[in-house]
Design a protein around this ligand. Structure first.
Ligand code: NAP
Length: 417
């Protein structure tokens, strides 16, 4: 194994290997972990403990290896995202990550976005589903079972922007107004929104592959875009998405038009349906026709909004998991941020971080472990032993700390192992 300057490789456990386009998972993998800023210091230790316990109770083990980004990296290396951290994820293939702070309106660029871009983790995959026992504002929260595939490397998240009044800003406005016939006011900030054919197609492939692998559960892949307004970026996203579906998955996929024009709305057993929706409509369809949607494939910004809105329907940000997936490498992290006002108070809900670990368990094929984890979490909620965010939404129940909630999940594993 390579040696690192500041990272200590655990003496026990083995590396996950990427070979012949396949991950080889040892029984006791070493998994790098970024604790995160703010409430990362609360949720990450809780998640690590629960995931290790679930692994041990199902005949495996996990050996966590601390790596650094954000404040912890600045303390250790004097920089926020050291190369060694990226190298460790490349080498050990997967990592668990807590949230990291990003300043608004200035300061450094998002470390989360940088990690996704530098490691080419081009798919942000966020499953959104209902767990029994969790309160929801919806009448039928169990109808929510979607997996959002959000493009992770481009769109307005590319970070190509120029501040009002800067020389580059003036240059670009002059060029556009003089050469391209636009009439952009001089006091504008400027951002660029690139959406490429390559990145769109690889994202849509991931979404369709996932739908096909889980055909017993999912029937629809929906391309979500604002192509009516942004024709050559979001509109192109839709067109390239259909192109991939038709050209590369023609035997397994039909479009919604074909479904109604040629099949009277009946989906053939061996096929999935690809359709598309405008992003604004999608946000209301999430609420009004929840059960009609399965897999959503979206450009970067739409996916960010839609996944938080969907999470709100099944209990909120505290329980929403996420993952960033490339080819044979992945980083698993909750959807929520660092919630600074709660940092270090042992108060917030660790479920989002723990369920991100559940996606990791599914990714490495530990089915027994992920099932045990889900059952134990559901039992904890059914017993109404909950953190503050859920406590304020239910009648009765017992409010527990972040770490206590994690310990209860581990205790509850006993009922099922
Ligand atoms: P946030 O940290 O997600 O917090 C927003 C609100 O969501 C909190 O005030 C809290 O609501 C609720 N919440 C978040 N985490 C929770 C948890 N574990 N348990 C229960 N409730 C939870 O969003 P933000 O305040 O907009 O962002 C703070 C910082 O995080 C920013 O620097 C942002 O850039 C960063 N961020 C990082 C990531 C990432 O690392 N991937 C993602 C998003 C944001 P109540 O106040 O109602 O209790």
């Amino acid at each position: 194994m390579n040696s690192f300057e500041k990272i200590t490789i655990p003496s026990e456990g083995e590396k996950i290997i990427w070979e012949d386009e396949e991950l080889k998972i040892p029984n006791e993998p070493i998994i790098p972990q970024i604790e995160g800023d703010g409430t990362g210091k609360d949720v990450s230790p809780a998640a690590k403990k629960v995931l290790k316990a679930a692994a041990q109770k199902t005949g495996h083990d996990i050996h966590w290896m601390s790596i650094y980004a954000g404040e912890s990296a600045n303390d250790t290396y004097g920089e926020y995202l050291p190369q060694e951290t990226l190298d460790a994820i490349e080498e050990f293939r997967i990592a668990l990550k807590g949230p990291l702070t990003t300043p608004v309106g200035g300061g450094f660029r998002s470390l989360n976005v940088a990690i996704r871009q530098k490691l080419n983790l081009y798919t942000c995959m966020r499953p959104v589903y209902y767990l029994e026992g969790i309160p929801s504002p919806m009448k039928n929260p169990e109808n929510m079972d979607m997996v959002i595939f959000r493009e992770n490397t481009e769109d307005v998240y590319s970070g190509i922007e120029w501040k009002k009044g800067s020389q580059k800003n003036k240059n670009i406005i002059n060029y556009l107004n003089d050469e391209m016939g636009t009439q952009i006011p001089e006091d504008s900030g400027i951002g660029v929104k690139p959406i490429s054919e390559k990145a769109t197609k690889r994202l849509v492939r991931k979404a369709i592959d996932y739908a096909l692998e889980n055909r017993n559960k999912y029937q629809f892949v929906t391309l979500v875009h604002k192509g009516n307004i942004m024709k050559f970026t979001e509109g192109a996203f839709r067109d390239w998405g259909y192109k991939v579906a038709e050209e590369e998955y023609g035997d397994n996929v039909i479009t919604e038009n074909t479904l109604w024009e040629e099949r009277e709305g009946k989906i053939p057993k061996d096929k999935i349906v690809v359709n598309d929706r405008l992003a604004d409509n999608m946000l209301q369809q999430l609420i009004t026709r929840t059960s009609k949607y399965d897999i959503l494939a979206t450009p970067n910004l739409n996916g960010d909004y839609i996944s938080d809105a969907a999470a709100g329907q099944v209990g909120g940000l505290g329980i929403a998991p996420g993952s960033n997936i490339g080819d044979g490498k992945a980083v698993f992290e909750p959807t929520h941020g660092t919630a600074p006002k709660y940092a270090g108070k042992d108060k917030v809900n660790p479920t989002g971080a723990i369920l991100s670990g559940r996606i990791m368990l599914q990714y490495i094929g530990w089915d027994k472990t992920q099932k045990l984890l889900k059952k134990a979490i559901e039992k904890t909620y059914k017993d109404k032993t909950v953190t503050y965010d859920i406590y304020r939404q239910i009648d009765g129940g017992k409010k527990v700390k972040c770490s206590e909630f994690a310990n209860l999940i581990i205790e509850n594993m006993e009922s099922f192992s």
